[in-house]
Design a protein around this ligand. Structure first.
Ligand SMILES: Nc1ncnc2c1ncn2[C@@H]1O[C@H](COP(=O)(O)OP(=O)(O)OP(=O)(O)O)[C@@H](O)[C@H]1O
Length: 274
């Protein structure tokens, strides 16, 4: 299948960053009831590395992110038209197992949301649901996931304590470890640092860079410095006169931030609006 970048005919600057898209949207329209929140979105996200979705409030970044693991299914009035693919497979195909999809495409939310159970059980929860019962195997998964999430050293002596008893930054890394425990290929992050202080934020950013070679990470962020610091590609969205979100420009982060092709991108990243 041809999964080369899709060029949006309306705006010559929107395109994919290269061959081998892991996630692909083609001519996506997303509605909440009668309101069109996303208009004609085409986007190719390559395998591995970090893609940032940026743009002013209400331009559809979170809605776009939620297409990839069908979280919009949970909103009764949401409706998606167009093609969304994961490794060339139609995400909205009738035969897709959504539980399996969300295992392969994990999600980290704005507010850390550990389950009200021990740190160990938070991580073991997903693997147990997927049928892993052996204590030793679960212990290995818990340790490996916490190590990958750069949290092991801080919690290894208190695995039995509640996941809610650690700091906000640690809780967010616990949530990332929980996602890693089910061996996803993609990690979606919706403003993962907005509830964190600057030091905890930098730790999450370091962690994201550590994970980037093995995982396809898509992050929604309001923080342009964060997008510039961590991401490899950046997609800039804006609303049109009908308040519908549209992709304005997509490309390597260095180009978007140093040499944007669209005046609207330049205005946004230089703080002239938004
Ligand atoms: N569940 C919903 N029901 C109805 N409208 C919604 C819903 N979720 C989002 N919207 C609307 O869709 C549009 C896009 O919202 P979305 O949250 O995707 O934008 P965003 O760019 O992520 O915004 P922000 O940066 O403020 O989080 C907005 O106009 C919003 O009000």
């Amino acid at each position: 299948m041809d999964i080369r970048p899709v060029i949006n005919q309306d705006t010559e600057n929107t395109s994919g960053p290269g061959e081998g898209g892991k996630l692909r949207l083609e001519h996506i329209n997303l509605y909440y009831g009668n309101f069109q929140a996303i208009k004609d979105l085409s986007l190719d996200i390559p395998s591995c590395g970090i893609t940032a979705l940026i743009g002013p409030s209400g331009c559809g970044k979170s809605s776009a992110l939620r297409i990839f693991n069908r979280m919009n299914d949970l909103i009764p009035i949401a409706r998606v038209e167009g093609l969304a693919e994961f490794d060339g497979v139609n995400i909205y195909d009738r035969n897709i197992d959504v539980v399996e999809l969300r295992k392969r495409i994990g999600m980290v939310f704005q507010k850390p949301n550990p389950f009200p159970m021990s740190i160990f059980d938070n991580i073991a929860y997903g693997p147990r649901r997927h049928g892993i019962r052996k204590k030793q195997v679960l212990e290995e998964i818990v340790e490996q996931s916490l190590r990958r999430a750069a949290l092991w050293d801080e919690v290894k002596d208190k695995l039995g304590q509640s996941g809610l008893s650690i700091s906000g930054g640690q809780q967010q890394r616990l949530c990332i470890a929980r996602v890693l425990a089910v061996e996803p290929e993609v990690i979606l992050m919706d403003e993962p640092c907005s509830a964190l202080d600057p030091i905890a934020t930098l730790k999450i950013e370091d962690l994201m860079r550590q994970l980037a070679p093995q995982y396809t990470i898509v992050i929604v962020t309001h923080n342009m410095q964060q997008a510039a610091r961590v991401s490899d590609q950046t997609a800039f969205f804006m609303v049109d006169e009908e308040r519908s979100g549209q992709l304005v420009e997509y490309g390597p982060t260095t180009e978007i931030f140093t040499n944007p092709r669209d005046k609207r991108t330049e205005d946004y990243i230089t703080g002239r609006f938004g």
